[in-house]
Design a protein around this ligand. Structure first.
Ligand SMILES: Cc1cc2nc3c(=O)[nH]c(=O)nc-3n(C[C@H](O)[C@H](O)[C@H](O)COP(=O)(O)OP(=O)(O)OC[C@H]3O[C@@H](n4cnc5c(N)ncnc54)[C@H](O)[C@@H]3O)c2cc1C
Length: 379
């Protein structure tokens, strides 16, 4: 049996690992557009950007692992077409060369997401969209003392870059059209704490403000972090059901019974949340890969794991569990010391209809399990 994996990121490499660790003896092939060994992206905006760790520390496995585990890793090779009827896929080397056709028995789509582009910035600056090792290398070189850094978008990546840039003594202006950073995820109460944190560290945070051409042109480096788009083209061409991500059921199966999808690209019907959700988080890439590997081998495991997210900014580390959902929350209970710029530690619980929908802690690592376990309980 041949299990082919399209991707080459964290989700792809984790799925291959799980297949081998759980006794799958057939062929495993990963087609990876990037010419790198599969790597984790979170360090690209954190310790690798700060120069505290090298890029190799972000690799999922070293090269020898793939050989030893008989995982054929086709680097720099894009899958350009999938034909579910004949169980074939077509590949093309990114650097040019001949196309080829391959047969698969079961297929796993782990094509991830690509950074959303911002036309104005593309026209007047050569913005960095921090997604790959190459983007990281370019940004790392640009973060010098006194450099004028303009960041468009105060989402997770924008704020992590702001934190790294300030720690490198760069001058940082962040433009965000919403009235607070991260407000769509955290709500105004906790979002305000992130605004305070960045201002305390000298970031010029311009909220409710669209960036203009002059500001982009005047910057030494422009970083755009305005969201990511799931890489669904391949699935669409293959005739799979796609709607803001590749649609998968509880078991991560697409509308084709021999094709599964996981990670940033998958829009799953989540049995615990009772709705569809596409999660662009490191932990989801790993946990979905583990479940999908078993289902590719013929099991029928539902994916029930709750969304989990972490970030590091300055001295603040936080973890967030669960998901508030489209109908919002009635109240947020905040416990502890919210002065995070001065080492404060707190927990927050987002409550809807008397039940905790999501919970987080900042700098309170001993509370991690309890905060996780609170999700879904009455409060
Ligand atoms: C800078 C940065 C910081 C982050 N920080 C955090 C964090 O702190 N916490 C957190 O929880 N999450 C974080 N994330 C998100 C996390 O990295 C993603 O959720 C995770 O990488 C998703 O893994 P994936 O394998 O699904 O997709 P990806 O990592 O996007 O990998 C998909 C791969 O598939 C390849 N591909 C696409 N199409 C094809 C094709 N047709 N043929 C062959 N290959 C193809 C792509 O080139 C890519 O290499 C961060 C992301 C970035 C970019």
């Amino acid at each position: 049996m041949n299990i082919s994996i399209v991707g080459g990121g964290l989700a792809a490499a984790t799925a291959a690992t799980e297949l081998r660790e759980h006794g799958f003896d057939g062929d495993v092939v990963i087609y990876a557009r990037e010419d790198h060994l599969p790597y984790e992206r979170p360090p690209l905006s954190k310790e690798v950007l700060l120069g505290r760790k090298d890029v190799d520390s972000a690799l999922v496995h070293d090269e020898a692992w793939y050989t030893a585990n008989r995982v054929r890793l086709e680097r720099g090779v894009a899958v350009t077409d999938i034909d579910p009827a004949t169980h074939t896929l077509r590949t093309e080397p990114v650097g040019g060369g001949g196309a080829a056709e391959h047969r698969y028995d079961r297929l796993l789509l782990a094509t991830g997401a690509a950074a959303r582009h911002f036309d104005l910035a593309d026209r007047v600056a050569e913005p960095i969209y921090l997604r790959t090792i190459e983007d990281n290398t370019r940004l790392r070189a640009a973060l010098r003392p006194g450099a004028k850094v303009v960041i468009v978008g105060a989402g997770w990546i924008g704020l992590e870059v702001a934190s790294a840039a300030r720690q490198k003594d760069a001058e940082v202006i962040v433009y965000e059209i919403a009235d607070l950073p991260l407000v769509a995820v955290l709500g105004p109460e906790v979002a305000q704490l992130f605004a305070d944190l960045h201002r305390a560290h000298g970031v010029d945070l311009r909220l409710g403000t669209a960036v203009e051409e002059g500001a982009l042109a005047a910057a030494d480096v422009v970083v755009v972090g305005i969201g990511a788009i799931p890489q669904t083209e391949l699935a669409e061409h293959a005739g799979l059901d796609v709607d803001r991500g590749v649609l998968v059921d509880e078991r991560l199966r697409t509308s084709d019974p021999d094709i599964y999808a996981i990670g940033d690209v998958a829009n799953q019907h989540h049995p615990v949340l009772g709705r569809r959700i596409r999660v662009e988080h490191w932990d989801t890439a790993i946990e979905q890969a583990k479940v999908a590997a078993h289902n590719l081998m013929g099991e029928e495991k539902p994916y029930t794991h709750l969304p989990y997210f972490f970030t590091d900014q300055y001295d603040l580390g936080m973890e967030y569990f669960g998901s508030v959902g489209p109908d919002g929350y009635d109240r947020v209970d905040i416990e502890g010391d919210t002065d995070v710029a001065n080492g404060g530690a707190f927990r927050a619980y987002w409550v809807k209809d008397g039940v905790v929908r999501a919970a987080m802690h900042a700098n309170d690592w001993d509370a991690s399990d309890a905060v996780h376990d609170s999700v879904g309980t009455e409060r």
